[in-house]
Design a binder for this molecule. Structure first.
Ligand SMILES: Nc1ncnc2c1ncn2[C@@H]1O[C@H](COP(=O)(O)OP(=O)(O)OP(=O)(O)O)[C@@H](O)[C@H]1O
Ligand SMILES: [Mg+2]
Length: 255
């Protein structure tokens, strides 16, 4: 069988006495949308940060398409096809939507050392930025300042920024956070489209979105993967229901 696109083996990360990542092993196949769920503080963001290289593990390995990237610095992982969107918005508020995406496209081009005010003037950067905006439905908002975009539009823009680096693996940390029902619905629809083109790891608390989107779901509790399976099996898993899904999420919603 071919290597999975992402293979995580026995990853460990501590913060003082806390085992934030406790021997996590995880495979994500190419083309899969793999959701990671779990209670607050379970270690989801810590895991994503190790995948992107913003945080180094204390033990374990991370492989991308077979290559060991455990010690590859973050900026080179981006060039290898990893992109992330942050749980906390990382957009430049006083720049336009187009500028934000063009800057990401420029960084991917390996020209980030140049004065970045030039990004929007270079036509190929402008073209790929516009294409990324178009993919998230923001083409007509290109010249609007980020501070003037709605919260939902900002989250879509974060996706466009990630897409501008032409990733093969997209890591999304709570893209639905703070969105209302209508905006969440739009985001789910958008992710349905994007998943056809790019492998996605999705951290999300919105269980309707997770169960609508995921091919597989891994459940993290206290830094440990307690289950990794197809949605139907996760829904039935007694330990998962006890530890996380519980009654309030009405696991019965779809079945
Ligand atoms: N920089 C840090 N320094 C110290 N402790 C940290 C740090 N980052 C995370 N932690 C701790 O590690 C554990 C995992 O946190 P993490 O943010 O990864 O959880 P999470 O699953 O993303 O939670 P949430 O659903 O609230 O976003 C928590 O106990 C948290 O307090
Ligand atoms: Mg988090």
């Amino acid at each position: 069988m071919a290597d999975p696109l992402l293979r995580v083996e026995n990853l460990v990360r501590r913060f003082g006495g806390i085992l934030a990542t406790d021997n996590v092993s995880l495979d994500v196949a190419k083309g899969e949308l793999h959701a990671i769920i779990g209670p607050n503080g379970a270690g989801k963001t810590t895991l994503i940060s190790q995948l992107t290289g913003h945080l180094l593990p204390h033990a374990g390995t991370i492989r991308l398409a077979g290559a060991d990237i455990t010690h590859v610095p973050a900026y080179r992982r981006c060039a290898l096809g990893l992109a992330r969107s942050f749980q906390i918005t990382s957009l430049l508020l006083e720049f336009t939507a187009l500028d934000n995406v063009a800057l990401a496209a420029q960084a991917n081009d390996g020209h980030s050392f140049r004065f970045w005010g030039n990004a929007r003037k270079e036509s190929h950067l402008r073209q790929s930025a516009l294409a990324a905006l178009d993919r998230v439905g923001l083409a007509n908002r290109a010249d609007v300042l980020v501070s003037e975009l709605s919260h939902g539009e900002q989250r879509e823009l974060e996706l466009a920024v990630a897409l501008a680096t032409k990733p093969q693996l997209l890591l999304l940390d709570e893209p639905m956070a703070g969105l209302g029902a209508t905006e969440s619905g739009r985001m789910v629809k958008l992710l349905q489209e994007l998943r056809r083109e790019v492998t996605i790891v999705l951290v999300e608390h919105d269980m309707d979105a997770v169960f609508a989107l995921a091919d597989r779901i891994s459940v993290l509790v206290y830094g440990r993967v307690i289950a990794s399976d197809e949605p139907a099996a996760i829904r039935q898993n007694a330990e998962v229901r006890r530890a996380y899904l519980g009654e309030q999420h009405a696991v019965t919603r779809h079945g």
